[in-house]
Design a protein around this ligand. Structure first.
Ligand code: GRF
Length: 214
């Protein structure tokens, strides 16, 4: 499955995807595009030999649609611009976004990066996590495809919580993309019933994600 990734930032989710799509994986990142020429995500793509592009006008649906045309699946991995409606329609059911909280909570316009984790901590929530959802015309509102919960621990700061959620993101996003590649379409996944994984047990998260079933 040919995957195009849109990213505005450092690209650690793109990197997790590049790492998961090596060898004989059924998915391949064919394009990484950004609205920011200096995005670390573009450097990661170039280092992996993946074509890159600059989204010079994020509101230009025609141009963005043409840019993404060769892709079977579009992944928003830290892309901070709203995708124009015509592009959302063109990729209906084939465009996903990853968000660092358990949507529909702690999502929507302006809820990105550190602000998300600050809001989670302010709320007193004892659980946060990562969400992959289908993209529609509004920020973070499309149907949920997969989620992975992580505990909010006493003494957590926005940075320690962000790091724990990011670790789950780096497993969840590749799991969703590989499952879609195997099925030929985006499929919903759910974690095993014992959803909690001890904080910082990265390998356990990866192994547990392996057990995700449609
Ligand atoms: C991630 O936390 C993702 O959930 C959000 O933006 C961030 C991107 O981080 N949408 P990176 O650029 O992939 O490191």
């Amino acid at each position: 499955m040919r995957v195009a990734v849109l990213a505005s930032g450092g690209g650690t989710n793109l990197q997790a995807l590049l790492d998961a799509c090596r060898g004989g994986a059924p998915a391949r990142v064919v394009l990484a595009a950004s609205d920011r020429a200096d995005a670390g995500a573009l450097t990661r793509a170039r280092d992996a030999g993946v074509e890159t592009a600059i989204v010079s006008d994020p509101r230009d649906g025609e141009g963005l649609g043409r840019m993404l045309d060769g892709a079977e699946l579009v992944v928003l991995a830290g892309y901070l611009k709203l995708v124009p409606e015509p592009v959302v329609q063109r990729f209906a059911g084939r465009m996903i976004n990853i968000h660092p909280a358990l949507l529909p909570a702690f999502g929507g316009k302006g809820m990105y990066g550190r602000r998300v984790h600050e809001a989670v901590l302010r709320s007193g929530a004892t659980v946060s996590g990562a969400t992959v959802h289908l993209v529609d015309a509004e920020y973070d509102r499309g149907p949920i495809v997969a989620q992975w919960p992580v505990p909010v621990l006493d003494g957590d700061t926005p940075d320690t919580l962000a790091a724990r959620v990011l670790e789950a993101e780096h497993c969840l996003l590749p799991a969703v993309v590989l499952a879609a590649a195997r099925a030929g379409r985006v499929v919903r996944l759910r974690p095993p019933s014992a959803a909690f994984v001890p904080a910082g047990e990265g390998d356990d998260v990866a192994r547990a994600i392996e057990r995700l079933e449609p």
